[in-house]
Design a protein around this ligand. Structure first.
Ligand code: TYD
Length: 136
């Protein structure tokens, strides 16, 4: 597994097929993605000023995509932080395990697509920031 630092959370440029009628981005396991996808979910109708996330994962990897609109993802590995603005449907932020993340500054109508490496498991979450820091 990759070391859990924010520097190992990288932006993937996703394939985009363009023609005069618009664009399509298709994502295939083992070809276009850094892990095999077992779950897809998306956040939408997010009220202005709201913050999502506020947790880390023990094992889960995610690729976060702004399929519509824009938002910021702040990553924290317990030592360093960085904020990434996502605003294009063909860029995906790979978030590895052991990284605290907050999602904020959602634009009106933003849709946050998340591709995840595992099915939902509440036991994989670290929701207490002090507990997260103690593990670093
Ligand atoms: P959570 O992951 O805390 O949301 P976010 O990071 O977007 O702020 O999940 C919010 C709620 O949704 C929580 O009660 C669990 C539920 N949930 C599922 O049932 N399945 C899922 O795949 C996800 C991501 C969340």
């Amino acid at each position: 597994m990759k070391e859990s630092t924010i520097y190992n959370c990288t932006i993937f440029t996703l394939p985009k097929t363009h023609n005069r009628a618009g664009n399509i981005t298709a994502l295939n396991n083992s070809i276009d993605l850094p892990f095999d996808v077992r779950r897809v979910y998306y956040l939408y109708d997010i009220p202005g000023g709201e913050v999502r996330g506020g947790h880390a994962h023990k094992e889960l990897q995610q690729l976060i995509v702004a399929v519509s609109g824009s938002f910021d993802v702040t990553l924290d590995d317990g030592h360093n932080k960085k904020t990434v603005t996502l605003n294009r449907p063909n860029f995906g932020l790979h978030v590895i395990p052991g990284i605290w993340r907050d999602l904020s500054n959602f634009s009106s109508g933003a849709v946050c697509l998340v591709l995840a490496s595992h099915v939902y498991d509440e036991n994989d979450y670290i929701r207490d920031y002090h507990q997260f820091k103690e593990g670093k």
